[in-house]
Design a protein around this ligand. Structure first.
Ligand code: SAH
Ligand code: TYD
Length: 406
C-alpha cells in the first residue's frame, strides 16, 4: 500500500515492471557499475482516480545538465507546437501586452513561436543543457524547477501571466499541489493554463505501457485532473484530444467561475466511465495485456533471430527503456539502437546496455527488421524510410499489438 500523491488515500499497486534504470540515463561502460535502479510499480487511487508511480527517483537524477531529450529532434512536433502556440494566441490571449510562461520549455520548441511574434514570454527549464539551446535561440529561459515558490518570484519580477503552458511535463512532477498553487498565483483573473500529457484513456485502450517510466509519475485522466484543480479553486473548462505521444490530452484550466465550461468536458468524462477508468478491474486487465504483449514480442524477436536475421532498434526513446528492460530484450536480440540525438550516440541504453549508434549506421547497412520504438512519430518516420522498406526491410511494432507491419 502507498499513499496517493494527490489525495493521500491508500492505494494498491496493480503492476510492477521490476527494477528499472533512469529512462534517459544513456551511459558508457565506466558507469555500468554504479547505475541506479528503482522498483517501478504503478498504483491506481480509487478515491481521486490518479494513476501514479509508487516510487520515483529524485528529480535531479533525471533533470540535469546531461538531459538527453531534445524536443527539436522531431519535425512533426515542431509543427504541433506551432499550432498549439497559434491556438493560444488566437483563442485565449486578449490583453495588449501579454505574458506567456511555459514550464518544461526544453529547447524552446514552443516558445520560439511566441518569441517570433515578440510576445513577452518566459521558459522554465531545469535541465541546463537543453535550456541553453533555447537561450542561444534568443528565448527567455531560466534554469529552475517550477513550483509555488518560483511562481511568486516570477510574479514579483514580471507580473502575472495571461497563459501558463506545459507539454509533457506536468505528469513528470510529483509535487503537483505546489505546481497548481503556483499556477493559481501566476495567472491573471482571466488567465488560462493549458497543458498536455499522455492520456490514461489511450494508455488503457492501446496498452501503451511504455508511457510508464521514471519521469512519468502520473497518467492523467479528466477525472483526476478535475479533482486536483478543484482542490485549488480552479476549474477544468475544456479538453482537446491530441494524437501526439501515442494519444495525449490537452487540458484547459481557468480560475473557478471565470470562464464557461465546454460540453467537451462532460462528454469526455462519460467516455472515461464507459472505458472503466474508475474501476480496479480495468487495471488488472491492463496488467494481463502487458504480460501478453511482452510474451508476444519476445517470441517474435526470438523467432527472427533463429532465422539468422538482423534486428535494429529504431529510436532510443525514453519509452524504449521500459520495453527493453520489462521484456528482457538484450544484445542477443538487437544489434544496436539507431538514434539521431548526438548525446545518446556512442553510449548504451539504460539497464540492458544495448549500443546506441548514429542514424547513419542504420542508413548505411539496413537490417532485415527494425523494432520501432518511436511509433508515436510513425508518420514522420515512414515518410523518410522509404529506402529501408524498398530494400525489403520490415517494421516490428508492439502498439497497439505486437506485429510485423506489411
Ligand atoms: N515540453 C517539451 C519537453 C518535454 S520533456 C516537449 O513536450 O517536447 C520534460 C521537460 O520538463 C524536460 O526538459 C525537464 O527538464 C523539464 N522539467 C522537469 N521537471 C520540471 C519542473 N518542475 N519545472 C519545469 N520543468 C521541468
Ligand atoms: P520520442 O518518442 O519523442 O521520445 P520519448 O519517448 O523520449 O518521449 O522520440 C525521440 C527520440 O527518437 C530521440 O532520441 C530521437 C529519436 N528519433 C530518431 O532517431 N529518428 C526519428 O526520425 C525521430 C522522429 C526520432
Amino acid at each position: 500500500m502507498s499513499k496517493c500523491l494527490i489525495c493521500q488515500a491508500l492505494c494498491e499497486p496493480f503492476i510492477s515492471f521490476g527494477k528499472m534504470p533512469i529512462a534517459n540515463g544513456f551511459l558508457t561502460k565506466e558507469k555500468f557499475e554504479n547505475e541506479y535502479f528503482f522498483e517501478m510499480k504503478v498504483a491506481f487511487c480509487k478515491n481521486c482516480g490518479m494513476v501514479q508511480l509508487v516510487e520515483q527517483p529524485e528529480k535531479e537524477k533525471m533533470f540535469n545538465e546531461n538531459y538527453a531529450f531534445f524536443s527539436g529532434t522531431s519535425k512533426n512536433m515542431a509543427i504541433h507546437f506551432k499550432e498549439f502556440a497559434d491556438h493560444v494566441v488566437k483563442d485565449y490571449i486578449a490583453s495588449k501586452n501579454p505574458f506567456v510562461v511555459e514550464i518544461g520549455s526544453n529547447d524552446g520548441i514552443m516558445l520560439q513561436n511566441f518569441a517570433a511574434q515578440k510576445i513577452r514570454h518566459l521558459g522554465i527549464e531545469p535541465s541546463a543543457n537543453v535550456a541553453k539551446v533555447a537561450i542561444d535561440k534568443g528565448i527567455n529561459t531560466i534554469s529552475e524547477f517550477f513550483d509555488g515558490e518560483l511562481a511568486r518570484k516570477i510574479v514579483k519580477k514580471h507580473g502575472q501571466a495571461d497563459a501558463f503552458l506545459a507539454a509533457n511535463v506536468m505528469c513528470h512532477i510529483p509535487y503537483l499541489h505546489s505546481v497548481v498553487e503556483g499556477i493559481k498565483i501566476l495567472l491573471k483573473s482571466d488567465g488560462i493554463a493549458m497543458f498536455e500529457d499522455p492520456y490514461l484513456g489511450d494508455f488503457i485502450e492501446n496498452t501503451t505501457y511504455d508511457q510508464i517510466y521514471d519521469e512519468h509519475v502520473f497518467l492523467f485522466s479528466l477525472f483526476s485532473i478535475r479533482y486536483l484543480f478543484e482542490q485549488h479553486e480552479m476549474e477544468l473548462i475544456d479538453v482537446e484530444p491530441q494524437e501526439t505521444h501515442g494519444g495525449s490530452m490537452r487540458y484547459v484550466i481557468a480560475h473557478r467561475g471565470a470562464r464557461p465550461v465546454s460540453k467537451n468536458v462532460f462528454s469526455q468524462l462519460e467516455k472515461e466511465k464507459k472505458l472503466g477508468l474508475d474501476k480496479e478491474i480495468t487495471y488488472d486487465n491492463f496488467r494481463k495485456n502487458c504480460e501478453e504483449s511482452r510474451d508476444a514480442l519476445m517470441s517474435l524477436l526470438k523467432d527472427i533471430k533463429k532465422q539468422g536475421k538482423r534486428i535494429v532498434g529504431y529510436a532510443a526513446t525514453s519509452k524504449s527503456t521500459t520495453v527493453i528492460n520489462y521484456c528482457g530484450i538484450t544484445t542477443e536480440h538487437l544489434e544496436f539502437i539507431s538514434d539521431t540525438t548526438p548525446i545518446k550516440q556512442g553510449k548504451t541504453s539504460p539497464g540492458a546496455h544495448i549500443p546506441v549508434r548514429p542514424y547513419q549506421e542504420f542508413l548505411n547497412n539496413y537490417p532485415e527488421y527494425a523494432l520501432l520504438f518511436a511509433y508515436n512519430h510513425s508518420k514522420e518516420i515512414m515518410a523518410k524510410e522509404k529506402g529501408f522498406m524498398s530494400s525489403g526491410g520490415k517494421w516490428i511494432v508492439y502498439v497497439p499489438k505486437v506485429q510485423v507491419l506489411k
